[in-house]
Every structure is written in structure tokens, then in C-alpha cells.
Design a protein around this ligand. Structure first.
Ligand code: ADP
Ligand code: MG
Length: 299
């Protein structure tokens, strides 16, 4: 027997390195007319590295001590920024202290108790509430790093900022080509939906050809869902592409969700309708085309 067109298309998508989970998904992929892209781990490679270690004046911490403190708190997290911090500490041969009471808040950061002290590590915009001089000093350092295209990671001990780390990730080599192909296939420029800071987001968007109006930064997981819902309320069928725990609600809410497989979180892979197994973003527009071709045969 000849294979039904949607099943052949699934097999074909598999050869292109995209695991499509069902015939229904294979069919829906061809219907999308708008795309929402995550930044970290989706447009970027997802293996960020620590580039700057800045203990704050008065913290009494050396670079190594600051990095070791952050690594202890980040140790259990599967977030790419957490892995960058832990890898940097290991690369310097630092001992990573035991911690307890670990918590993580997607889009914000982590908390833990290290050597009896509460430690928080994460987004300066989320963790810097006060306008005291120490927080103001930390904000200046963080903004400086962000202006340089870094993601700033704030470290607090006993609820006081003690330092800032700068982290940078490389753009995927095929990111700009994928954005152009997705624009051509869907008839609209993808929007960028990211939890990262607006400065780093705008810089990266410009590099891949996403206009400033389509950049939505500083988003919590639920904000990504709202961004998708707004598009769908205007009659669009949105394809969400993401990798993180923070993307899972948007992957679930969207018409179709695709997760980046290599560095993607388990939750994103389980929630998504399809998974990019071979680590290439540019395979996604190809699979949209496969869906359209199969649908022409089905109808
Ligand atoms: P994106 O949407 O770009 O993939 P996330 O939503 O995962 O980014 O994270 C948004 C922001 O939250 C990060 O830029 C970082 O500032 C902060 N953050 C989240 N998790 C962590 C973590 N484990 N360690 C440090 N910062 C974190
Ligand atoms: Mg991500």
C-alpha cells in the first residue's frame, strides 16, 4: 500500500531532523501564519558562557568567591544560564558548596541556602526592587553589561546584591536564514518573545532581521502565553518555537508548538507538538512546506 500523505510527510520531516508527534500535528503545521520565537536556546545556541565576573564594592567577595556562590545556588537548575555558571566555576577549579532549599522561578532565577545564607541568582529586573545605593550600583553594572549584548545575572546574599555576572551566547549560524524563510512561508515576520532584558533582545533581533516592534522582552512564562493569545485573538494561527521550562505554557497554548531538542528542557519536549532533533532552526520552515504539500494531496 502507498503511505497516506501525512504519514509520508512525518517520515520526511524525520529525515530532516524534526520529530512530528502525530498526523494531526503534521496537518496543523501547514496552517500557521504567524511565529513567536524564544531567544535563549532557540535563536541562540543555548550554550552560553560566563564572560564577566563583577563582585560589587563592599561585598568582600573575590571573583572566584562570587562565581562559586552563584554556582552553588544554580547547581540543580537545568537553565542554560545555570549551566554556564556551573561550568565556569568548574573551569576555574572552584569547589561548589552544597546547598539546600533550592527553588526556581521560570523567567526569574533561583534561590537556595548556601553555607547558611539565603542566596538568589537571576534577572536583575526581577530581583532588584529597592532603590538603596547597593542596588543602584548593581543596576549600573548590570545595565552596562546588557548594553554590550550580555545577559546580566545578579547574585544576592542575605537579600543584598553582592555581584553581577555577564553571560553571552552565540547566535545560531542559521538563525537569520530561518527567520527569513519563516517570514516567506507564513507571510509575517516572526515576533521575538523572551524573558531576557530588552537591550540584549533588541540587539539580537536586529542581527536576525526582526524589527523592533516585534520584540517583546522581559516576559514571564504567562506573558508569553498572553502574547500568543493576542495574536490568535486577531485571527492568527501561531507557531511557537522554544526550548525552556519558561516556554512550556506558550508551547501548549499555541496553535502549534515546536521545541528545540538538543538543549531543550524535558518539559518543553513533552509539551511541544514537534521536536527539532537535529539542531537546526532552518529545518522548521521546510517542515511547514512538507505539511502544505501533504495537505494538498489529502484534500
Ligand atoms: P528566554 O525567554 O530568553 O529563553 P528565560 O525566560 O529562560 O529566557 O529567562 C529569562 C531571564 O530570567 C534570563 O535572562 C535570566 O535573567 C533569568 N533567569 C531565569 N532562570 C535563571 C537561572 N537559572 N539563573 C539565572 N538567571 C535566570
Ligand atoms: Mg529559551
Amino acid at each position: 500500500a502507498t503511505m497516506p500523505p501525512l504519514l509520508s510527510a512525518i517520515a520526511n520531516a524525520g529525515r530532516h531532523g524534526v520529530l512530528v508527534k502525530s498526523a494531526v500535528v503534521m496537518e496543523r503545521l501547514g496552517q500557521v501564519d504567524a511565529v513567536a520565537l524564544d531567544k535563549t536556546g532557540t535563536l541562540t545556541e543555548g550554550t552560553p558562557r560566563v564572560t564577566d565576573i563583577r563582585p560589587l564594592d563592599g561585598s568582600g567577595l573575590t571573583e572566584d568567591a562570587l562565581l562559586a556562590l552563584a554556582a552553588a545556588a544554580e547547581h540543580p537548575s537545568e537553565h542554560p544560564l545555570a549551566r554556564a555558571v556551573v561550568d565556569a566555576a568548574r573551569a576555574r577549579g572552584l569547589a561548589i558548596a552544597d546547598m539546600r532549599d533550592f527553588t526556581s522561578a521560570p523567567g526569574v532565577g533561583v534561590t537556595a541556602t548556601v553555607d547558611g545564607h539565603p542566596v538568589a541568582v537571576g534577572a536583575p529586573a526581577r530581583l532588584l526592587a529597592d532603590n538603596d545605593p547597593v542596588s543602584a550600583g548593581a543596576a549600573v553594572v548590570a545595565t552596562g553589561l546588557e548594553d554590550g549584548g550580555r545577559t546580566a545575572v545578579l547574585v544576592l546574599r542575605d537579600a543584598v546584591p553582592v555581584g553581577v555576572l555577564g553571560v553571552a551566547d552565540r547566535l545560531r549560524p542559521d538563525a537569520a536564514a530561518a527567520v527569513a524563510a519563516l517570514t516567506a512561508r507564513t507571510g509575517s515576520t516572526p515576533m521575538l518573545v523572551t524573558g531576557d532584558n530588552p537591550r540584549a533582545a533588541a540587539r539580537l533581533a536586529a542581527e536576525v532581521g526582526i524589527p523592533g516592534d516585534d520584540v517583546h522582552a522581559g516576559l514571564l512564562p504567562q506573558d508569553k502565553v498572553e502574547a500568543v493569545r493576542r495574536m490568535e485573538a486577531r485571527g492568527h494561527r501561531v507557531l511557537v518555537i522554544g526550548d525552556g521550562v519558561n516556554d512550556a505554557p506558550a508551547l501548549a497554548a499555541a496553535h502549534t508548538g515546536i521545541a528545540m531538542g538538543r538543549a531543550g528542557s524535558d518539559l518543553a519536549l513533552e509539551t511541544a507538538d514537534a521536536v527539532v532533533v537535529r539542531d537546526e532552526l532552518a529545518t522548521i520552515p521546510t517542515v511547514v512546506s512538507l505539511s502544505r504539500a501533504a495537505r494538498r494531496l489529502v484534500v
